[in-house]
Design a protein around this ligand. Structure first.
Ligand code: CU
Ligand code: CU
Length: 389
């Protein structure tokens, strides 16, 4: 991953800027009326021709197998929508498949929590170019070089000694949902180049979001400043054979990100119209690089919906959630849940036990999110024709 220092400081506007802005808005409004009319006519002609071709192809093609969505399912929507609307959803370069194969997936496997009374955590904030999908670059703000930031795994009762070093260009902060602490003290802004340390006792078990809480929070979260902290319950959960951490988030791009990195689009974020929705920061990465389990194993998903605005309706195609711990309540769980809502800024813990080998997609069952990249595969057993890792 390439690192670079990018300044994303919002510009302060003068009165002249505002006048210019007003004029531009009037022109934009007029164009906004004229352009869609012309485009609609042009698109109608193009779409009609394309539809005729598609119908002809569909008539002769075999029915698609009812298996997992693949990255190509997502990318086939590439050409649609790029002219008529400002959406960049599904765009892909020609070598997207090779890029997806070469992509190093975010490590979803949960590592053991450290022993001892104190868990020392040091996150360094960096401005980075982050890939949100094959060949799609984004100027991100990230904790310790990635979006999501590193999974923090501690034990209930441990003291978390947290140091944030701001290696970015503007002030940032860190807010832990797992902490009961005065936010004006602990979650304060840290100036560029400075470090800040605070401690809290991880008294509440579960899976929680952490994120930058600097205003505008919408922008700081959307730019990649979030992650998961897991507080292992003192009273252990039932044994699981595999444990995976999934952080969902959506991305709002002001350009395609194909040539130069895209930046944040506030207008799209306000209308909650993202271009990409991801598990662990990269569209479809666990389709190309599935998470794995053996038949009959219990697989535990620790899920955080980072948003900034979308909930995740967690669902595993082909099975039910045998156990579902909703948000921070580790004292009780639901059984046999088809879909569990993880609200933006919330978490949930979900167990599945699958006996039959196969490819089981895990999604947000809000299917616009699937179309925009929020899909992965759990590969149970050896499945012919898939990659071996
Ligand atoms: Cu920030
Ligand atoms: Cu929060």
């Amino acid at each position: 991953m390439a690192y670079h220092a990018s300044s994303q400081l919002p510009a302060y506007k003068t009165a002249a800027d505002r006048d210019r802005g007003a004029l531009i808005k009037v022109i934009a409004l007029m164009l906004g009326i004229a352009v869609p009319v012309l485009l609609t006519i042009a698109l109608w002609a193009a779409v009609s021709a394309q539809k005729a071709r598609d119908d002809a192809q569909q008539a002769s093609a075999p029915a698609p197998a009812a298996t997992a969505p693949s990255p190509s399912t997502t990318h086939e929507h590439a050409s649609a929508g790029t002219v008529a609307t400002p959406s960049y959803a599904g765009l892909a370069p020609d070598n997207a498949d090779a890029l997806a194969a070469a992509h190093m997936p975010y490590p979803a496997a949960l590592e053991a929590a450290p022993a001892g009374a104190v868990a020392v955590v040091h996150l360094t904030l960096k401005d980075v170019v982050h890939e949100v999908a094959p060949g799609i670059k984004y100027s991100a703000w990230a904790f310790s070089g990635g979006a999501p930031g590193p999974v923090i795994h501690v034990r209930q009762g441990q003291t978390v000694k947290m140091t944030l070093t701001n290696g970015g260009a503007i002030p940032h902060s860190i807010d832990f949902h797992a902490a009961r602490i005065a936010p004006n003290v602990a979650f304060k802004d840290v100036a560029p180049g400075e470090s800040f340390t605070f401690s809290f006792v991880a008294g509440d078990p579960g899976v929680f979001m952490y994120h930058c809480g600097t205003k505008p929070v919408l922008m700081h979260i959307a730019n990649g400043m979030y992650g998961a902290i897991i507080v292992e319950p003192a009273k252990p959960l039932p044994r699981a054979d595999r444990e995976y951490v999934l952080v969902s988030s959506e991305w709002y791009l002001n350009s395609s990100g194909l040539k130069a990195p895209a930046s944040f689009d506030m207008a799209k974020a306000h209308t909650m119209a993202p271009d990409w929705v991801t598990w662990n920061g990269y569209a479809g990465q666990y389709v190309k690089h599935p998470l794995t389990a053996k038949p009959g194993e219990t697989v535990r998903f620790w899920v955080v919906a980072a948003g900034p605005s979308f909930d995740t309706d967690f669902h595993v195609v082909g099975t039910l959630l045998d156990r579902a711990w909703i948000d921070g309540d580790m004292t009780q769980h639901l059984n046999n849940v088809q879909t569990a809502t993880v609200p933006a800024g919330g978490g949930g813990v979900f167990d599945v036990k699958i006996n039959e080998p196969g490819l089981y997609p895990f999604v947000s069952h809000s299917f616009a999110s699937v179309d925009m990249g929020q899909v992965g595969l759990l590969k149970v057993g050896q499945v012919a024709g898939t990659m071996s890792h």
